[in-house]
Design a binder for this molecule. Sequence first.
Ligand SMILES: O=C(O)CCC(=O)C(=O)O
Length: 208
Amino acid sequence: MTTDIVRFLDAPACATLRATVDRTLAANAVSLWRDECDSDVRIYNAERKVPEFRPLFESMLAHYTAKRGTAPNHAFLMVNRVTPKPGNQGSGNGWHRDTWISQHKVFVFLSDVGEANGPFEYIPGSNSPVAKVRDVVRYRRSLRVPEDHVRGPGTLLTVTAGEGVFFDTTTLHRGSPIREGERYAATLYAFDARGKKLQRSRERFDAM
Ligand SMILES: O=C(O)CCC(=O)C(=O)O
């Protein structure tokens, strides 16, 4: 499977966007999502709520479109800051797939990400039809897999600020639990669905 790392931003641009995230979270003026232990704080639809993220959204969307060969029917940007809190499960709350059939995201990291500050992690090959059929049955269609069931080792994506990847999120993946520092990232959610399915996902995410 390919996880070609691409540079989207330079270091000063990342520092500016990190400061923008900090300011936005401190101001609490837009709707935010927080995980149970307040480790993962998210701004969904960041390209609309925080105009400074519009150019990054456009370039991530262009990358997605180039990789897929076609533009998605719906897309938005989620920006998050993850910090170490007791019991944190990392960005995305543990091992999971986004869907079974077809889903891709673009992840861009706005801070350097090493082994300790919550790197993106995935299980190579877990997007194969055989692996997915096995897990559909084993987990009764749940997209989540308990940590002690995951047969590693996972591949860790350690990057410097500004780098990102286009990724098949039917692969088992997670943001690893964060032990120290902080991690800032921007994620392009993109949907190729049509009709009712597209409408449902639009409604769900537009409200966030
Ligand atoms: O941010 C990450 O490293 C992964 C997040 C994720 O998988 C999710 O939010 O679904």
